[in-house]
Design a protein around this ligand. Structure first.
Ligand code: GLU
Length: 305
């Protein structure tokens, strides 16, 4: 490949996305995922888009989607293309479900959590529900698949889906498309070449790769970023309002997020200049694997207050 061909290849394969769920305000952990995915894409000259994953109406918080988008804007992380909302794309997901059903990969299931308790929560590969009066979910048959992939941050991974996960839900009994199917359909439809997100989704990746294979879709590369932990040692959640990032003062949190990702610090006082420098200096090999508490964020905050 000559230089220009290599550049074009990188631009298409590095197309990235940030896919927040509107369950609360943007916090430090989601800023790390947004910035990390932006850096992977931009450092390769590729586009970066935002997709709002608003399929779970029960967990959605009013106003959160607009708030997240405004905060991303303030951080200089605006989507290169109009933001796509999953709630408007059910027809696309239904087509994928129909294809899986037609090809014999999906089946209706009425099993409840308590039906699966004797099996340790792992589905026994056929519906065992004693009662079938309520609406059914759809599950994907996993067969005897063991799926491996090479994560750009976490290294090689393998999961025995039959043993560790079992046939999993791709369409929920409440009528909503499940996260696993929607994310796979959208990543393909939006030509995402590189899925960069928090390491809490490492375990979902083999399920998504299996869905890509069953649907005949390309498999993107993956990079799972270290999780930001709260003071209690658990993953930061959007509900920890104290760690919501401040849209009026983006620089300290941006610097702390860069540091959290192992990247060189940037002294720029302008968000766009800082991001542009950071993308030029970006080195994926410096990203730490392990989850950590964002101590630097608190320090950076105090230093500016
Ligand atoms: N919507 C998911 C979340 O907010 C992320 C999905 C993904 O990046 O694949 O946790």
């Amino acid at each position: 490949m000559d230089r220009e061909a290599r550049r074009r290849f990188a631009v298409t394969t590095a197309r990235g996305r940030f896919a927040p769920s509107p369950t609360g305000r943007l916090h430090f952990g989601s800023l790390v995922a947004a910035l990390g995915s932006w850096l992977f894409a931009r450092s390769a000259g590729a586009a970066w888009i935002v997709r709002m994953e608003d399929l779970d109406r029960e967990r959605e918080v009013d106003g959160a989607a607009a708030d997240i988008l405004a905060t991303l804007d303030a951080f200089g992380l605006a989507s290169d293309e109009p933001v796509v909302f999953q709630s408007a794309r059910t027809a696309l997901y239904a087509q994928a479900l129909a294809q899986l059903e037609r090809d014999g990969h999906a089946y209706r299931c009425w099993c409840s959590r308590s039906d699966l308790e004797p099996f340790g929560g792992i589905h026994p590969s056929s519906c065992i529900a004693p009662a079938r009066e309520r609406p059914a979910a759809w599950r994907l048959r996993v067969g005897s698949e063991s799926i491996g992939f090479d994560d750009r941050v976490q290294g090689p991974r393998r999961q025995d889906l039959a043993r560790d996960v079992g046939d999993f839900v791709i369409w929920r009994a409440d009528g909503a498309c499940a996260y696993q199917l929607a994310v796979v359909v959208d990543d393909a439809a939006q030509c995402i070449g590189e899925v960069v997100r928090g390491a809490d989704l490492l375990d979902s990746t083999p399920r998504q790769i299996l869905l890509q294979r069953r649907l005949g879709l390309p498999q993107p590369r993956h990079a799972h970023l270290p999780l930001a932990l709260g003071a209690d040692g658990r993953k930061l959640s959007k509900h920890e309002a104290a760690l919501a990032v401040d849209a009026h003062d983006p620089l300290p949190a941006l610097r702390a997020a860069l540091q959290f990702l192992g990247q060189p610090s940037q002294a720029e006082r302008n968000v766009h200049m800082l991001l542009s420098r950071a993308s030029r200096a970006f080195d994926a090999a410096r990203i730490p694997r392990k989850a950590a508490a964002p101590a630097a964020f608190a320090a950076a905050r105090n230093a500016t207050s």
